[in-house]
Design a protein around this ligand. Structure first.
Ligand code: NAD
Ligand code: WQD
Length: 345
């Protein structure tokens, strides 16, 4: 049985990936400092799968502490989700973003080298494409970032490419996620943002549950079919499966590989809103606001490469994503802090 170290495993995408890994009979070790998550998500993962996770509450920036995990366990591969991810916050606190995202990843790479761990899946982002010249976006498009968060991802991609160039026995997957939404169909785990959500789906579900008054739609004058922004929303469980497929690829000694993970389809803000109204069965209030600075009109992936080389194809529709996001939100109105809920598996 192979052992996978999942950094940031208590977070949104990490927790769903832990479910997928445990269901595929991998041993899972999680390292997370819980700066944007809580241990309850891991307890829920254990409940969903009936399997155990070994958890270390450690900051990946603290190399000496992190090394303990490598000394105590024989690790076959690492999926490195740990990082700060809010674009707006990164503009206000660039140094924190560079420190956290860069140092944690440099520590991981160095410890991999020292302890002979040869496979790494790295969480990159569609943000590395900036405003693409056309859609769909292919992996060989120019890379151009517009904010410190995106810059950390691009810098780390460069670091990993340089490292892989001279360390041919290391296998590294750069996975560029598009817009993950949805939740595990059990309703036990999902996205649990702190404070006011930055992203569309958690904002909509919080309006639907009555926590926020209305959705502000950031512009309806884009050059898109209905004027609102178009994105490639991908179910987090599809994304999680993509990680397991990428791991399998790495175990064939692939060297460095890069894949878009999305659905290949664009949906507008109004499409998502309508999808959520259908899932909840009532109307959701919205207002058209000014464009959000830094937003682009449209962004969706070509997932041909991931399909050809990994066999990855998203299986969940936008309707499924809305159903599962709503199921999570209504069962957990206060996220993981919700008390005494009896949930159906
Ligand atoms: P998340 O915030 O839910 O999960 C990240 C986890 O990392 C959290 O549990 C947090 O506590 C932990 N963490 C952060 N810094 C750490 C550190 N120094 N040491 C240990 N743990 C640390 O975010 P997510 O949505 O699950 O994203 C996971 C990864 O995917 C991130 O790297 C993010 O940049 C990337 N990504 C996310 C999206 C998205 O829209 N959610 C899109 C593209 C890429
Ligand atoms: C989606 C659409 C908004 C909120 C971000 C990061 C990206 C990646 C994924 C990490 C846009 C509109 C949103 C709202 C709205 N993360 N919107 N009202 O900006 O595509 O991508 O998350 O790597 O790097 O930039 O996602 O969910 O914020 O926005 O109208 O309250 O919804 O304008 O068209 P985005 P998002």
């Amino acid at each position: 049985m192979k052992t996978i170290l999942v950094t940031g495993g208590a977070g949104y995408i990490g927790s769903h990936t832990c479910v997928e890994l445990l269901n595929e009979n991998y041993n899972v070790i999680v390292v997370d400092n819980l700066c944007n998550s809580c241990e309850e998500s891991l307890k829920r993962v254990e409940r969903i799968t009936g399997k155990n996770i070994k958890f270390y509450k450690i900051d990946c920036c603290k190399k000496r502490l992190l090394e303990k995990v490598f000394v105590e366990n024989k690790i076959d591969a690492i999926i490195h989700f740990a990082g700060l991810k809010a674009v707006g916050e990164s503009v206000k606190m660039p140094l924190e973003y560079y420190q956290n995202n860069l140092i944690s990843t440099l520590n991981i790479i160095d410890l991999m080298r020292k302890h002979d761990v040869k496979s790494l899946v790295f969480s990159s982002s569609a943000t590395v494409y900036g405003d693409p010249k056309s859609v769909p976006i292919y992996e060989d498009f120019d890379l151009k970032v517009t904010n410190p968060y995106g810059r950390t991802k691009l810098m780390l991609e460069d670091v990993l490419r340089d490292f892989a160039n001279v360390n041919k026995d290391f296998n590294i997957a750069l996975l560029r996620y598009f817009n993950p939404i949805g939740a595990h169909p059990s309703g036990l785990i999902g996205e649990d943002p702190n404070g006011i959500p930055n992203n569309l789906m958690p904002y909509i579900t919080q309006v639907a549950i009555g926590k926020r008054e209305f959705l502000g739609i950031f512009g309806n004058d884009y050059n898109t079919p209905d004027g609102t922004g178009v994105r490639d929303y991908v179910h987090v469980c599809d994304l999680a499966r993509g990680h397991v497929l990428a791991l399998k690829k790495l175990f064939t000694n692939s060297g460095l590989v890069t894949y878009n993970l999305g659905t290949g389809k664009g949906s507008s803000v109004l499409d998502v809103l309508k999808g959520m109204e259908k899932a909840c069965g009532f109307e959701i209030k919205y207002k058209i606001l000014e464009r959000r600075p830094g937003d682009i009109a449209q962004c969706y992936a070509s997932c041909d490469k991931a399909y050809k080389e990994l066999g990855f194809k998203a299986q969940y529709s936008l309707e499924d994503m809305c159903r599962d996001s709503w199921n999570w939100q209504k069962n957990n109105p206060n996220g993981y802090k919700t008390k005494n809920k009896i949930l159906v598996k």
